[in-house]
Design a protein around this ligand. Structure first.
Ligand code: COI
Length: 363
């Protein structure tokens, strides 16, 4: 166990939270974890009250984006015990992102001790309601105060948490990207790098203005091969087969994506990870074979897609998908994963990790 000092706030803000009306990502729990990287190692691991931090205006991350994050969740099981979903996968993935961005590794035991200590202290912030969760945001960013373009020598690793409701409140109307791209193979699309999300904001704003909810991202050469949708991995059900784009270096290796593929394969559903083009979707839709589509991610879990639009001769053509209530696979997968998280169903893959609760430490 790493030595993590703990200082709790004088008073908890918990009683001010309306757990029946949780927005996504606007409410933050009492504590946060912080560690500093300097002289080649992580030091001063500590839990402190959630509060603003100060940075030099010349902070390297602010200028050149050496900044990565994870998104993970804690749940209460049916007996009220705090549980983490596949935390070790997030520890592995943050280091893959770190490697791509020339940032230092976070030892897996430090990551796990930090998450467990934090959730142990703030377990009462985990919302009890199905569909809600305590969102956990681990992130690491450069802290050198220098504006030369190079890898920083110092970093901060912070984790904070907050109770969240569903990320999307309704099924999504997507528009296919035909001008902007999210990521390219060889770029940083596979990493959870802050800049990936920044680059998506302007095209997403344009999509909103045109009346769509999110973008169905495509490849950079032909705007043809599907990559992701919004901030999620994407799945299509064509006939009796579930198809998702194969990981090609531009697509995030989603942990929810992997979990859904595992569930589908375990139940014997036909699954294909392969390139899938918008032309194939159009064809499948014409033949009545595009029967379900959904995004998958930690924040959004399983989010159904209502329609997919694409441009033909300068005009939008909208493909309406079957009524979301009539869908089989997306409804079933969402229930299965929520049941495993609440420990209402067996956990044959060992995804759930119980967290030991602890009490605040007053300084
Ligand atoms: C997640 O699903 O946790 C993500 O990272 C998406 C986030 C941008 C809200």
């Amino acid at each position: 166990m790493n030595n993590i000092t703990i200082q709790s706030p004088q008073t908890s803000r918990l009683s001010s939270v309306d757990f029946d009306n949780l927005p996504f990502g606007e409410i933050f729990s009492d504590h946060m974890f912080v560690a500093d990287y300097r002289d080649g190692k992580w030091q001063d691991a500590r839990v402190v009250p959630f509060a603003p931090i100060t940075l030099s205006p010349s902070n390297l991350a602010l200028h050149y984006g050496q900044s990565i994050f994870e998104g993970m969740k804690a749940f209460k099981d049916k007996d009220g015990k705090p549980m983490l979903f596949r935390p070790e996968q997030h520890a592995i993935r943050i280091n893959k992102s770190a490697h791509r961005m020339s940032m230092p590794d976070i030892p897996e035991d430090l990551f796990m001790d930090a998450v467990n200590t934090l959730i142990g202290l703030d377990h009462a912030w985990i919302p009890p309601k199905r569909g809600s969760a305590l969102y956990i945001r681990p992130f690491m960013f450069a802290t050198d105060a220098v504006i030369g373009v190079r890898a920083s020598k110092t970093y901060k690793f912070i984790i904070f948490t907050g109770p969240v409701g569903p990320y999307y409140s309704k099924p999504l109307n997507l528009v296919t990207a035909d001008e902007y791209v999210r990521a390219v193979p060889g770029g940083v699309g596979e990493a959870k790098a802050a800049g990936n999300y920044a680059a998506a904001i302007y095209p997403t704003d344009l999509a909103h203005t045109a009346g769509f909810d999110q973008i169905l991202w495509t490849d950079n050469r032909d705007y043809k091969y599907i990559q992701e949708c919004g901030t999620m991995n994407v799945f299509f059900v064509i006939g009796d087969t579930v198809v998702t784009p194969n990981l090609n270096g531009a697509i995030l290796k989603g942990i929810t994506r992997d979990s859904l593929l595992t569930l589908l394969r375990a139940e014997g559903t036909k699954v294909e990870e392969r390139p899938i083009s918008i032309d194939e979707l159009i064809e499948a839709h014409k033949e009545g074979k595009l029967i379900d589509a959904f995004g998958a991610g930690t924040a959004a879990v399983v989010s159904q897609i209502q329609s997919i639009s694409y441009k033909e001769n300068g005009e939008y053509v909208k493909m309406e998908l079957p009524d979301v209530k009539s869908r089989d696979i997306s409804i079933r997968l969402k229930k299965e994963i929520n049941d495993i998280r609440a420990r209402l169903a067996a956990d044959p893959h060992g995804w759930m990790h119980e967290v030991k609760v602890s009490s605040p430490v007053m300084g």
